[in-house]
Design a protein around this ligand. Structure first.
Ligand code: AGP
Length: 608
């Protein structure tokens, strides 16, 4: 996600901004910029690429004089990485400048209104709407203008704002995207996250939702969205810089697991308009959707597993036949793609070589290709005919968690949309599913808070040699992902099996104490699964079961049971994966593995 830094004090701002932004690089970004209020105007430098480019352009900040400034590292959500789309953004006469972290969900509507009032836009970003809206409401009182735009904007935002006719003030605003402010020696700072300010202060204020901060060199005032002053107490930060980059979590992987509720929310909320699902970026008419005869899903690793889950969802909801294939297989098997086949490629990085090659192969064969991608402006995002972004934010840990969960959400939305358009889902059924979707973030959070129980269980299996994950139907798909999570970070051999397949060979591997993780979320398959669990248990296996609350019958066939909350049967994977992610994580921790950077692995496999 984007990074924000701001400074007002008695020192030159630019070097402090660049230093603060460098401490936020871990958040992932594709462009950066700074703006500094000089004597009579605001000067700005921004560019696509790494911070180094900005340091060179500004000679490490020395070409921008002034003691009030804001800076930004951009993780693109709306508009590809480019100089124009980089922050900060000016209003039309360069008298107001802002930086933003978050997503303005109603930016298109606001943009159209502003264009009708003569405002011109030079970027593709949602952020530029904010600065023109500020301009529209500004009549010399910054606080008043800020509160007015807050009543108009929907979505999430952390803002840093400078008004050229108020050179001794710096404003900061927060709604949903984190923001902190702190008093330093001879000045005040604002930032998206603690690492950017630790060098200057350990005494920070966490800005709460819909709070506004007005900073001068000596003062810091807080206001509500109704311009009422409020008192806040500061917090002493104990973290070291390394821990701070992980938000206080021990590893990026754990931090990103805990970001799953937000990744899920950010991926579905802009696409839920009332009870309707609106996926504008799909660019497919109802007729296009009705004419889909088959869906071909192509991906690698966890993205492939998300595709396997979605096969059950598309076929169950939209009644469209789905084939799922590994990109490394698809690209060399001369795939038979008929007219009416929609190809969906799934990729967190958008740079996976096999998936990109598969996309090109499908396009050469004349198929329409939809990309489900997390990195805006990546190769797959650019080359797909249409792209549906997952808004999980940058994922640092090699083992994917939040991006995978966001992929599931994107696929659920697509399947629900297709089912509605093809008359396979009534409005009433859709409304119930939308409610279940909205309940997922809190349910995921509840499961994550169960982590100590999982850690205790995991510590019993640090020396395991073989672990099996079994499931039927959509639970087989989650077994694939649960198995990959374990083996890729703990280096324990693990296999996922369709539970009905065990007796066709693999059951010969079951010995005394072999751990078998069984996923049972599909009521119609409970009995079959329980008999598979009994099969392995009578041969000495220790059976861990992940199942729905209330399915207590499973306790006669399992040695250890983890219950997940009830949800729509098609969404169960989004919940069942949480204990399995935690299981793999704590086993890897217990074995002293490098969880964020497992041996032999890369975050993005850009070579064959
Ligand atoms: C998953 O934890 C792995 N990091 C890996 O399987 C990954 O999902 C796969 O390489 C695909 O990457 P992509 O989503 O960036 O295309």
């Amino acid at each position: 996600m984007c990074g924000i830094v701001g400074y007002i004090g008695n020192r030159q701002a630019a070097p402090i901004l660049l230093d603060g932004l460098s401490k936020l690089e871990y958040r992932g970004y594709d462009s950066a910029g700074i703006a500094v209020h000089s004597v009579d105007k605001i000067n700005m430098v921004k560019s696509k690429g790494r911070l180094k480019v900005l340091e060179e352009l500004t000679h490490n900040g020395s070409t921008l004089n002034g003691t009030v400034g804001i800076g930004h590292t951009r993780w693109a959500t709306h508009g590809s990485p480019s100089d124009q789309n980089a922050h900060p953004h000016f209003n039309k006469n360069n008298s107001i400048v802002i930086v933003h972290n978050g997503i303005i969900e109603n930016y298109l509507k606001l943009k159209k209104k502003l264009e009708k009032k003569g405002y011109e836009f030079i970027s593709e970003t949602d952020t530029e709407v904010i600065v023109h809206l500020l301009d529209y409401y500004y009549s010399g009182n910054p606080l008043q203008a800020v509160t007015k735009i807050m009543h108009r904007m929907e979505g999430s935002y952390a803002l840093g704002i400078i008004f050229s006719d108020h050179p001794n003030e710096l404003y900061a605003v927060r709604k949903d995207s984190p923001l902190i402010v702190g008093k330093t020696e001879g000045g005040n700072v604002v930032a998206s996250d603690v690492p950017a300010v630790l060098k200057y202060t350990r005494n920070v204020y966490f800005v709460e939702n819909e709070e506004i901060v007005r900073m001068t060199r000596d003062e810091m005032e807080f206001f509500t969205v109704d311009e009422e002053p409020i008192e806040k107490t500061s917090v002493e930060i104990e973290w070291d810089i390394n821990a701070a980059e992980k938000g206080g979590y021990e590893h990026f992987m754990l931090k990103e697991m805990y970001e799953q509720p937000k990744a899920i929310t950010d991926t579905f909320s802009p696409r839920l308009k009332g009870q309707d699902i609106v996926i504008e970026e799909l660019n497919m008419s109802d007729q296009d959707i009705k004419s889909i005869e088959k869906i071909m899903i192509v991906a690698c690793g966890s993205a492939y597993h998300a595709g396997v889950t979605s096969k059950y969802v598309f076929e169950g909801l939209a009644k469209i036949p789905v084939e799922v294939d590994l990109a490394s297989e698809f690209r060399y098997r001369n795939p038979l793609l008929r007219e009416g086949t929609l190809v969906i490629v799934i990729s967190q990085s958008g740079e996976t070589a096999d998936t990109l090659a598969a996309l090109r192969e499908a396009k050469e064969l004349g198929s329409r290709v939809l990309g489900i991608v997390n990195v805006v402006g990546s190769s797959i995002a650019r080359e797909a005919d249409n792209v549906m972004y997952t808004w999980a934010g940058p994922e640092i840990a090699v083992a994917t968690t939040k991006a995978y969960s966001a992929q599931l959400i994107a696929l659920y939305l697509l399947a629900m949309k297709f089912a509605c358009v093809r008359g396979e889902l009534t409005d009433h059924e859709l409304a119930a599913m939308v409610e279940d979707l909205k309940a997922l973030p809190a349910q995921v959070e509840m499961l994550l808070n169960n982590k100590n129980k999982i850690q205790r269980f995991a510590n019993r299996y640090l020396a395991a040699k073989d672990v099996f994950f079994i499931g039927r139907g959509i639970d087989y798909a989650i077994s694939l992902e649960g198995s990959l999570k374990l083996k890729e970070i703990s280096y324990i051999h693990s296999e996922a099996y369709a539970a009905g397949e065990l007796k066709h060979g693999t059951i010969s591997l079951i010995e005394e104490g072999t751990l078998v993780a069984s996923v049972l979320t599909q009521k119609q398959l409970y009995k079959k699964m329980i008999s598979n669990m009994v099969e392995v248990r009578t041969r000495g296996a220790f059976v861990l079961a992940v199942t729905n609350e209330g399915n207590v019958e499973v306790e006669r066939a399992a040695d250890y049971v983890i219950y997940i909350p009830e949800t729509n049967k098609y969404f169960a994977n989004s919940l069942a994966i949480i204990p399995l992610q935690l299981f793999g994580y704590y086993i890897a921790i217990g074995r002293g593995c490098d969880v964020d950077k497992p041996r032999n692995l890369a975050k993005s496999v850009t070579v064959e």
